[in-house]
Structures are given as structure tokens and as C-alpha cells.
Design a protein around this ligand. Structure first.
Ligand code: FAD
Length: 469
């Protein structure tokens, strides 16, 4: 029997995987293929490393259901055509993605394969709601979150598709590259072991993470989600971004919790819709990923250089504890608390008057939960150049923010070793992780602020004066 190719992208799961289930339902052998193409090659160091770990674990999961993950490197269309020619496959199935690079690639691949006479089918699964199914009353898309939330809050989301018990294998498997030969972690200056201690990879781990969260932390989510020193959130962003769990599985778990009396789970569902909002914006206004969403910002005199202040920001040495703790958390663990992300982004774009793209690029390189839509939206939100953004004249004060959200100093102590006689391992691990040529040691004196809070704020407010954003 002629096989069907399931083209694996950011959907490393067997349950609630529409493309995989549809391929299995054909009754033909299924060949899962992951392609290291130019979209993957363009990822930053940490996302590329983390993606590689996702590939590894997904390959093992497919083996349990009698299948394999075939790995190939090169142009996606060329590879798919090659595998079609080698196996006689009659169809190629995948789950849709929405970032501009993936969409451009997929549109071309779909047209070319169809012209070759291959059946092509794409499925939903990376989002709860397809961007074109959520419209304002006038038929447009939402530029503001709250009305979007009100529109989708009561909508039905399809029940997750059960995992197939087995995936039919072909008689002969096409050849596969070796994952280790791809060296997806090679660009990690800090070495893969630093982040390896913090990641939580694969569908089984993601489901356990969700269950643990729903059984416990969700009940205090509304308050604790804002406290960076408390383990109060789901930490599922890492898994959602690689599709190790579907948003629908998270959504249904959230609503089941609400129905069982855990009312704070609604805030969790609402946060999942922020992710949708980011993707809907990327779908309708793809320039959000690399240009000011509001054109009025194009002439703003941002700094775009790696100045001493920007380097201090990247290294977590600004002398502002909230900023430094958050930047170190990201460097060591590959993730950063949401309040930390808001603070460091505001500090860079306002106190340091540096272009949000400088910060976006550093996050692109450091985050293991890097997501092209949420990262771009988050940065433009903080800078003021994006849709539904923080008002540009609102300049977070990281000192008072730390006082408000980390009153007991837990977060700062967790990540900043200098000045602490008995610093915790987390804070010390930063000094093991950073490159030697940064020349920093835990015994250094904690730096004085590179920019005085009031001066930085005033400088930004002056620059905003008389501008039409
Ligand atoms: P929870 O609080 O448990 O929330 C559940 C899920 O909802 C998250 O996993 C995530 O998928 C979604 N979510 C929550 N908050 C947001 C938000 N503000 N925007 C979009 N989705 C959200 N998120 C990423 O997944 N990848 C990124 O690259 C990313 N970059 C960001 C950059 C900046 C400057 C800012 C301000 C925010 C960014 N976020 C990003 C959003 C947010 O910080 C993370 O999603 C969140 O911290 C993840 O932690 P969690 O999984 O424990 O979230």
C-alpha cells in the first residue's frame, strides 16, 4: 500500500494531533518526517537546542506506537518530493502554523505538491481558534484583547482527539539522518548542560505538568501568577511552543477545573487566549514580528547598538535587581517569569531607549519557550509600539515593581549571588553558565545602576514629547 507522509513541525505529540490521526485513518502506512529546513536553521541558540530535544523525545514516543521519525535536512519542498519519490507516498499531511516564515513556506509547498499530483491536507491544532474564525462585529480582526476574550470565552473547542494506539508502519523505511549529526545545540555558548537541567521535554512530561498544575497551583493562580519568586504558573509555554501538548487539551483541563469549583482556572484559560491573540495578530498583520506595528514609531530615535548599558542588560548587570534577576533567570534556565519579561522589556525600551528588536533578538536566542508570535507581541506591547500595548508614557519602575511583587526578596535572592554570603545554587549557577570572557564572579561587588531610574524615565518621556504615535 502506498504510504502517507505526516510532516512533523511544531507538533511533537501523539494525542490530539489531527494530521497524525488523519494519516492513520487512511489505513495506509504512515511515514512521520521532520525536516531541518531554513525555518529551523534560523532559530536562535536555545530554541534550536530545545527543539532538538523535542525531536529526540518525539522519536522515542513514536517508536512506542510502532513508528519512527525520519529526519532529513534541506529545503522542505525538495525533501518532501524526495521522500515521495523514494516511498511512492500519495499524500502529505501536516498541522498548520501561522508565523510568516512558516506560512510562506507551507503555501509554496502545498501548491507545488498539488501540482505534482500529491494529495495535500493541513489541519488545525496549534491554536484553539483559527484566526479567520474570530471576527469583530464589522468583520475585522481584534486589535484589543478583552473583546476577543469575550467573543471566544464561551465557544466550543473540539474535544481532543485520542492518541492512536499504533501508527501503521511501511514495509521499508526511508533513510534518516542521525539527530546528533545535526548538532542543534552547537550554538549554545553556555553549553547544552546548563539548560538541559531546566527543560521538561515531551508529551508525557507536558501532560504531567498540566495535571500537577490543575490539581494544585491553579487554585491560587490569580494571585501567585504575578509573583516571580513563587512557582505559581503552569510553565507550559515550553511545551505549547513545540506542540508537546495542544492548547485544546489545556483549555479542556481548565474548564473541567472551573466546573469542579476551581474558579481561578478561568484566568488560566484567559492566558491561553493571549497566545491566540498573538497568533491572530501575526496572521492578520505579519509585520508585527519585525516592524513597528504602529508606523508612528518608525522615526523614534531608538538606540540600536550594543552599548555598555545594553551589554549590562544582557548580562544581568544593570544594578537594578528585578532586571538582573530576570535576565539571569533566562540565561540559566531558558525561561523568565512573565512579570520579569514585562519589566526587562520596559527597562530596555524606556530607561535605555533601546529598540525592542534588540531585546526581541536576545530573547530569540535565549528562550527555550521562544514563540515567534508571543515574543513579538510581548516586546511591542512593552515598548508601546504594538496593538493593545502598555501606554508608551507608562514607564514601569523596576524598583517599586520588585517591592510590590517580590516583597520578601525571594526572586532577587534566587538569582543574584553578589552580596549574599550564602548564595543559593540557582544564583551561583549563573556564574558557571556565562562565558569566561564576561569576566564576572559571584564574589564581585553588585554593580551600581548603569542608569539612574529617574534620569532614564525622564529621558524617555522627553523623547516622547510632541510625537504622534
Ligand atoms: P501561564 O501563566 O501558566 O499561562 C498559560 C499559558 O498561556 C502560557 O504557557 C502561554 O502559552 C500563555 N500565555 C500566558 N501569558 C501570555 C502572554 N502574555 N502572551 C502570550 N501568551 C501567554 N510567551 C511564550 O510562550 N514565548 C515567548 O517567546 C514569549 N515572549 C515574551 C516576551 C515578552 C517581552 C513578554 C512580555 C511576554 C512573552 N511571553 C512569551 C508571554 C509570557 O511571558 C509567557 O507565555 C509566560 O511567562 C509563560 O509562562 P507559563 O507557561 O508558566 O504561563
Amino acid at each position: 500500500m502506498k504510504p502517507v507522509i505526516y510532516w512533523v513541525r511544531r507538533d511533537f505529540r501523539i494525542g490530539d494531533n489531527a494530521a497524525l490521526s488523519a494519516a492513520c485513518a487512511t489505513g495506509r502506512p504512515v511515514i512521520p518526517v521532520f525536516i531541518c529546513d531554513e525555518v529551523v536553521e534560523s532559530h536562535g541558540a536555545a530554541p534550536k537546542f530545545r527543539l532538538g530535544e523535542g525531536v529526540r523525545v518525539f522519536g522515542a514516543a513514536l517508536a512506542v506506537v510502532g513508528s519512527r521519525l525520519v529526519l532529513r535536512r534541506g529545503d522542505a519542498l525538495a525533501v518532501l518530493r524526495e521522500v515521495v519519490a523514494q516511498t511512492g507516498a500519495t499524500g502529505v499531511y501536516w498541522n498548520r502554523l501561522y508565523d510568516p516564515a512558516s506560512k510562506a513556506r507551507d503555501t509554496g509547498v502545498k501548491a507545488a505538491l498539488k501540482a505534482d499530483g500529491v494529495e495535500v491536507a493541513s489541519f488545525t491544532g496549534h491554536l484553539l481558534f483559527e484566526p479567520w474564525t474570530v471576527e469583530t462585529k464589522t468583520g475585522g480582526f481584534y486589535r484589543v484583547f478583552t473583546p476577543l476574550w469575550k467573543t471566544v470565552r464561551g465557544r466550543d473547542v473540539a474535544t481532543p482527539i485520542p492518541a492512536p494506539a499504533s501508527v501503521p508502519a511501511p514495509d521499508v523505511w526511508p533513510t534518516s539522518d542521525r539527530l546528533d549529526d545535526w548538532a542543534l545545540g552547537a550554538a549554545m555558548v553556555r553549553g547544552r548542560d546548563v539548560l538541559a537541567a531546566h527543560i521538561c521535554v515531551g508529551e508525557a512530561a507536558a501532560r504531567t505538568r498540566l495535571e500537577t498544575f490543575i490539581e494544585g497551583r491553579v487554585q491560587s493562580y490569580q494571585t501567585n501568577r504575578d509573583l516571580p519568586g513563587v512557582d505559581g504558573t503552569s510553565r507550559l509555554s515550553e511545551n505549547l511552543t513545540y506542540g508537546e501538548i495542544s492548547p485544546a487539551v489545556c483549555w479542556h483541563a481548565g474548564w473541567a477545573a472551573i466546573h469542579s469549583g476551581k474558579g481561578q482556572a478561568e484566568i488560566f484559560c484567559k492566558e491561553l487566549v493571549w497566545r491566540e491573540f498573538a497568533y491572530h495578530l501575526v496572521h492578520h498583520t505579519p509585520h508585527i514580528v519585525d516592524r513597528n506595528w504602529k508606523e508612528g514609531w518608525d522615526s523614534f530615535p531608538w538606540n540600536t547598538e550594543d552599548t555598555a548599558e545594553v551589554i549590562a542588560w544582557k548580562q544581568g548587570r544593570t544594578g537594578i535587581a528585578f532586571v538582573d534577576a530576570a535576565m539571569r533567570e533566562m540565561y540559566v534556565s531558558g525561561t523568565m517569569h512573565n512579570r520579569g519579561r514585562m519589566i526587562v522589556a520596559s527597562y530596555l525600551t524606556k530607561h535605555l531607549m533601546t529598540h525592542w528588536k534588540v531585546g526581541q533578538a536576545w530573547f530569540d536566542d535565549c528562550l527555550t519557550d521562544w514563540d515567534p508570535a508571543s515574543n513579538a507581541m510581548g516586546w511591542q506591547w512593552a515598548a508601546g509600539s504594538g496593538p493593545d500595548a502598555a501606554p508608551y508614557f507608562r514607564v514601569f519602575n523596576p524598583v517599586t515593581q520588585l517591592d510590590k511583587f517580590d516583597r520578601a526578596g525571594l526572586y532577587a535572592r534566587t538569582w543574584i549571588a553578589e552580596g549574599q554570603g550564602d548564595a543559593p545554587d540557582t544564583a551561583l549557577s549563573y556564574f558557571d553558565a556565562i562565558p569566561k570572557n564576561w569576566g564576572l564572579a559571584a564574589t564581585d561587588q553588585y554593580p551600581a545602576p548603569v542608569v539612574d531610574m529617574a534620569t532614564g524615565r525622564q529621558r524617555a518621556l522627553e523623547a516622547y514629547k510632541g510625537r504622534d504615535f
